[in-house]
Design a protein around this ligand. Sequence first.
Ligand code: ZN
Length: 329
Amino acid sequence: MSDPALAAAELTDERGRLEPTPIGPILGRRDLGGYRGMHELLGALAEPVARGARVRLVGRSARGLRLFGFEVGPPEATDVTVVVAGLHPIEWIGVETAMTLLEALAERPPPDRRVFVVPIANPDGFAEVEANLRAGRRRFVRHNARGVDLNRNFPSFWGWPSLARLLLGPVFARGKAAASEPEVRALVDTLVALPIDRALSLHSFGGAVLHPYGARLARPGRLAELEEHAGEIARASDPRRPYRVAQSSRWVPGFTATGMEIDWFYDHHGALALLVECSRGGLAGRPWGDLARAASEPFAWFNPREPAPVATAIAAACLPFVRGVGGPE
Ligand SMILES: [Zn+2]
């Protein structure tokens, strides 16, 4: 694992290469919400680092961007939670939620557990979405720079048959081999030997908490525990209208997903692994007259117009699980 002081210097260096103009005003003019670009996010990460979060260099993306992780809690702790966000690059509300979670964890680290947060797991994709937004291009981006869906590239059930891939192959491109993509390879190499017993991956949208398996319809052995934790997060994320809880493979009937991160965390580590589809997207609640315009912006499908309250609510809902508490009494 990389040295935190060196990695912190690399974080500053990486930030220095990025476009510094805040993207918020650009998004504001198109009513897409107050989100932050990569320069601002890397700048904001200085705060948890100042509070003691240890920066780790996980690896590099296909285009050579650095992939950072942030670790809180006692280094000698033997239980580890992993939080990953941004595998799908247009799902910025997941990244904002991971940032909020990391800030809360750095402020009050768990006494007996390490938490490893990777807030931008697909930096090339994130940068592409950001460049599109700055240039006014309305594009849907799901892949890394090599055209692969990183959440179909993990080394669990990779290559199993899937109707989704048969029908929509390029959308769910799985890559040439399990963990063939530099981002997934870096994550797997960094995480494979850690004693991970809880994992959380943040996506959007759809207002759901999903659990393994993604690749198979069979029920996981720890179903009761998974449902208990998922239910707590689902209720707390939106008390007025709780999120749905589902086994990932049964969420959209007929559409199993192979090579998913939650299947890898569950199968390889035996970890309780959950995937939160943060928010109900950015079209819900818009006035009729505005819907057609907003619907032409793929960014708006995935990201609510007001990220802060959503990220705050979901982070608070996930915090007990991440800290190693909650679930069956
Ligand atoms: Zn996603």
